[in-house]
Design a protein around this ligand. Structure first.
Ligand code: AMP
Length: 281
């Protein structure tokens, strides 16, 4: 596997591949890789000539300094995992390499409606602006033919899809299914910070989403949201930040009474860790 730390070296490698007509599948990550990330790399390998992953803990998308400081950084192990699945290249720049003139780099978020201000956007102010800023920068650098992202971050995928369209980029978007631990908990780099007992107990989030899905025909949306919150909070030490059922395309409450194309999304604090999950109903 080729490891790149500078934009210049990565571009040189990719330009060569592009000049040979190769397709480039790109997987942006913040590292601390697990099977969820690797499933994206695998999908890129299956569909493209070259799979490139990036590992960059982007400071501008953290609205909480402690979360940024505590975010696991395990580059050596990550590189090994990428190499083992057959990833062709990893790009692991420093903050200085990505933002040579400071974190405010003049990025202007495209106008894509209020999808950035609901759910995660409401509870993590500035998060999506920072995420769009870094994804936009990475797409400028890598200029992939295909972009692979996980539906675990469902709203992120929806926003990046709109951004890519608004910016006129010709990239094939692939939203890949959520990879879960054996007990159903959505895999996340943050799970490492849960104690073993809590990591087991946190399966309640997945079980609740399944339960709510099974009750769709028997309750209205309001009742289902209350049920979701109550079932999760039965577990001591949890606090549900939101449990919302919305239209899976717009992520708003319009037209949801038709009970078609709905998604339940939730964010839960547990042991000081913020966990997110979702399920198409
Ligand atoms: P992150 O490193 O957390 O920013 O995630 C990088 C990419 O991996 C994003 O597109 C995530 O949606 C995706 N991802 C993270 N966890 C999972 C998972 N459990 N299943 C599928 N994709 C995931």
């Amino acid at each position: 596997m080729n490891s790149f730390y500078s934009i210049k070296a990565l571009k040189k490698y990719l330009n060569q591949a592009k000049s040979e007509g190769k397709t480039i599948g790109f997987v942006p990550t913040m590292g601390a890789l697990h099977k969820g990330h690797l499933s994206l790399v695998q999908a890129a390998l299956n569909e493209c000539n070259i799979a490139v992953a990036s590992i960059f803990v982007n400071p501008t998308q953290f609205n909480n300094k402690e979360d940024l400081d505590k975010y696991p950084r395990t580059l050596e192990k990550d590189s090994e995992l990428l190499e083992n699945v057959g990833c062709h290249a990893v790009f692991a720049p420093t903050v200085k390499e990505m933002y040579p003139h400071g974190l405010k780099n003049g990025f202007e978020a495209p106008q894509i409606g209020n999808i950035t201000s609901v759910l995660e956007g409401e509870h993590r102010p500035g998060h999506f602006e920072g995420m769009m800023q870094v994804v936009s920068l990475l797409l400028d650098i890598v200029a992939p033919t295909h972009l692979y992202m996980g539906l675990k971050d469902y709203q992120q995928f929806a926003i990046v899809s709109l951004m890519v369209e608004a910016q006129g980029r010709e990239i094939i978007m692939r939203g890949m299914p959520i990879v879960r631990e054996e007990n159903g908990l959505a895999m996340s780099s943050r799970n490492e910070r849960l104690s073993p007992t809590c990591r087991e107990n946190a399966k309640i989030i997945y079980e609740t989403l399944e339960k709510v899905k099974s009750q769709l025909d028997f309750h209205n949306i309001d009742e289902l949201e209350k049920l979701g919150k109550a079932l999760i909070e039965k577990l001591d030490g949890t606090e549900v930040e939101y449990f919302e059922i919305v239209d899976a395309k717009t992520l708003t409450k319009t037209d949801i009474n038709a009970k078609k194309n709905l998604i339940a999304l939730t964010a839960v604090w547990y042991e000081g860790i913020r966990l997110i999950d979702n399920m198409i109903l």
